[in-house]
Design a protein around this ligand. Structure first.
Ligand code: AMP
Ligand code: ZN
Length: 113
């Protein structure tokens, strides 16, 4: 599964992406179809299909902290930003490697669609 997974292939450098940050736990890159001036996807290096399959608190914590650091660096931390994890069909998950969207740089509505 991990062999063919799109985000595993980006993590391994087999598919190009606009890298934004990386550490031993996770990797962040620009979304190919950005929904806001800042739209970054933060993914764990280790393959896990969705939040439903996560077994430790650290995985999601690392994603959130990396997103926070990127938000600061992009100058959107004070103005505000949104972090989203879509899980399965009703949420619109299309890539089944856990990822956290960091979206900001414009005002956003609530509730989301
Ligand atoms: P989701 O709908 O939550 O599963 O989000 C998947 C996201 O991955 C979407 O926002 C896509 O635009 C994005 N995406 C798909 N392929 C790529 C790619 N090759 N590089 C960067 N982002 C991608
Ligand atoms: Zn994967």
């Amino acid at each position: 599964m991990a062999d063919a997974c799109l985000f595993c292939r980006i993590v391994r450098g087999e598919i190009p992406a606009k890298m934004v940050a990386e550490n031993e736990h996770c990797v962040a890159f620009r979304d190919i179809n950005p929904q806001a001036p800042t739209h970054v996807v933060v993914v764990p290096r280790a393959h896990v299909a969705s939040l439903n399959e996560v077994s430790d608190a650290g995985t999601v914590g690392e994603l959130a902290l990396m997103a926070r650091e990127i938000a600061k660096r992009e100058g959107i931390a004070d103005g505000g930003y949104r972090t989203v994890i879509n899980t399965n069909a009703d949420a619109g998950q299309t890539v089944f490697h856990l990822h956290l969207h960091l979206i900001g740089g414009r005002p956003m509505g609530w509730p989301p669609g």
